[in-house]
Design a protein around this ligand. Structure first.
Ligand SMILES: [Zn+2]
Ligand SMILES: [Zn+2]
Length: 356
């Protein structure tokens, strides 16, 4: 709803007009920055698998027209009167969240992703007024509260930093939750957008990383990214050879697979963390957990403080994404290529292509 007299910012975007429709060039209006807002000129936006799921309404309740994109990086163009953390020209990022209530127990614990009122998602959601739709980063600019704006440290390449805002924090957070350190043995299941970040981050923390993949042709890449071992999950011998060997398994697969088999690869007290969501429930045998006090857990992105910690960590340890830069106009083709795993390992949209 527009109040008369409030100036809106015309913003070129690429949007999905309806479920399963191709994305097309369009225009939306962003709000004029309020006192606590920053206006960000977007340089790059990463392409996450969840963009594709939501554009195709695979999770239900998608809202159209939809401007996807929650791996946003750019520069501050304007700041509101009360903004204290940012200045015009600063390199900044926006991830999966743009607001939360700020007062509930989860927000107080810096777990804004679990805000009890429901955090405002960057797109395909609403602002906390529950009326104004949110629209994402396939756009020339975005207006966000400074509390939900992240600093991109100088050491990071801006384009390669974009996927850190979702894929990076999604894999960093569980590695930190399980205190990954030198000498730990970490298995990473699946070498895609998430998996490649999990390998790089775990290796940077000093872990001995084993890539667990169905495709043998990913072995060379996995080793380049930092894995010291590779095992084919199509070979039943893998599960006996690695039985009881791993401290932590980061599972990025969203296709059906047998968790019991993977749990057997954990050492006593080891944990397997699910980041991928298969569409159907999967049977679990209690003994797969009881024998060896093994844990099966899940993990979802991270709060704002942890996301900033991850960005600072990545700058200090020279960790960034492997990317393929595309112009905005190639997005529909990129979605098709993602569906067949034809990307190493994240598409990043050069938003300059939207300004021409
Ligand atoms: Zn994402
Ligand atoms: Zn809250």
């Amino acid at each position: 709803m527009l109040e008369r007299g409030i100036r809106m910012l015309k913003t070129p975007v690429f949007a999905a007009p309806a479920a399963n429709a191709a994305l097309v060039a369009s225009t939306i209006e962003r709000r004029e920055p309020r006192a606590n807002d920053v206006l960000i000129e977007i340089d790059y936006c990463g392409v996450c698998h969840s963009d594709l799921h939501q554009v195709r309404d695979e999770w239900g309740a998608s809202k159209f027209p939809m401007v996807p994109g929650h791996e946003i990086v750019g520069r501050v163009k304007q700041v509101g009167a009360k903004v204290t953390r940012f200045q015009v020209g600063d390199r900044v990022g926006v991830g999966c969240l743009v607001d939360s209530c700020g007062t509930c127990a989860s927000c107080q614990r810096h777990h804004e992703q679990f805000c009890e009122k429901g955090a405002a998602m960057t797109y395909n959601g609403t602002e906390m007024d529950r009326v104004t739709p949110t629209q994402g980063g396939y756009a020339t600019q975005v207006v966000v509260d400074e509390k939900f704006t992240l600093k991109i440290p100088d050491g990071l390449d801006l384009a390669a930093a974009a996927p850190l805002l979702c894929a990076g924090i999604t894999t960093y957070s569980p590695l930190r939750q399980w205190n990954t350190k030198k000498g730990d043995r970490v298995g990473v299941v699946g070498l895609g957008g998430l998996g490649h970040m999990a390998v790089k981050l775990a290796a940077s923390m000093g872990a001995e990383v084993t890539m667990l993949s169905t495709s043998k042709n990913k072995e060379a890449d996995a080793r380049k990214l930092g894995a010291s071992g590779f095992a084919s999950t199509k070979d039943p011998a893998t599960f006996t050879k690695l039985a009881g060997q791993l401290d932590l398994i980061i599972d990025t697969i969203s296709a059906q697979h047998d968790y019991n088999q993977y749990l057997g690869m954990l050492r006593p007290y080891g944990a397997m963390v699910l980041l991928g969501a298969p569409p159907e429930p999967s049977p679990l045998a209690a003994f797969a957990l009881i024998m060896g006090n093994r844990r099966l857990a899940g993990s979802l992105i991270g709060g704002l403080a942890e996301t900033q910690e991850m960005l600072d960590y990545c700058a200090a340890h020279k960790v960034q994404s492997e990317i393929e830069i595309i112009p905005m106009q190639k997005i529909n083709e990129a979605y098709e290529r993602m569906l067949v795993g034809d990307v190493r390992y994240r598409f990043v949209i050069d938003i300059a292509s939207l300004r021409q």
